[in-house]
Design a protein around this ligand. Structure first.
Ligand code: ATP
Length: 219
């Protein structure tokens, strides 16, 4: 069953076309990557999924609850970690912070810290935790790795993989770092200038000279 199904999606900002007929699915419990260069339309796609932008045409269907980890984390720096988590839990059937601490134990010792005082990796973990408060069936993570050291990214990636394996939370990973995305996900879509130019199992995409050249630094 598809948790996310996007068909022929077109999004325009004024006269500029950001998405030009994009189709994409994320199956239940699946981990799918969306890669592509700056300005390809990745954030626009996630914003269409969460209803922030309105399609000019096409359809977007999300079967369960979708939570979005936005690019740049967008935490409230003067609030504590726990209060930031609580802000993700306003919907009915939301989790309690205690459940998120079980899922992401590294947050426990940070719970009373001001979010603004944390490292980039710790802040990203809080942003993931805040998204998990909504008890989502699908989580869209926009630029997990942005500005973070490779070791920190590897730790976060392990957490996401564990959530996916343990809880069956479907993940749409929006990444400029295709190497990371391909390692973590089973399938991927490559978006360029608002169109899907390649899609398939990550192992196959990685063997495609065109994709490897553009995104993996050569075959
Ligand atoms: P990045 O990784 O830099 O965030 P992206 O792949 O997420 O890039 P988008 O942010 O979705 O790309 O942008 C797609 C296109 O739409 C770009 O050409 C961008 O300049 C344009 N765009 C995005 N948001 C707006 C907006 N609010 N108004 C006008 N144009 C926009």
């Amino acid at each position: 069953m598809s948790m996310v199904r996007v068909r022929d999606l077109v999004v325009r900002y004024g006269s500029a076309t950001a998405l030009d007929g994009v189709s994409l699915t994320v199956g239940s419990g699946e981990m799918v990557a969306l890669v592509g260069p700056n300005g390809a339309g990745k954030s626009t796609l996630v914003n269409a999924l969460s209803g922030v932008v309105r399609p000019a045409s096409g359809t977007v269907r999300v079967a369960g609850r979708l939570a979005h980890v936005p690019e740049g984390r967008r935490l409230f720096p003067d609030l504590t970690v726990e209060d930031n988590l609580r802000l993700g839990g306003w919907r009915s059937r939301s989790r309690d912070p205690a459940e998120v601490y079980e899922l992401l134990p590294a947050l426990v010792r940070l719970r009373s810290r001001r979010a603004g005082s944390l490292s980039g990796g710790e802040q990203q973990m809080v942003a993931v935790g805040r998204a998990l408060m909504a008890r989502p069936e699908v989580i869209a993570v926009d630029e997990l790795s942005l500005g973070l050291a490779p070791m920190v990214v590897a730790g976060l990636a392990r957490h996401l993989a564990a959530l996916n394996a343990g809880r069956g939370t479907a993940v749409l990973l929006i990444e400029q770092n295709a190497r990371l995305a391909f390692r973590l996900c089973s399938r991927a879509y490559v978006l360029e200038a608002g169109r899907v130019v390649a899609e398939g199992p990550c192992a196959e995409l990685a063997r495609s000279p065109r994709v490897a050249d553009a995104y993996l630094g050569g075959p």
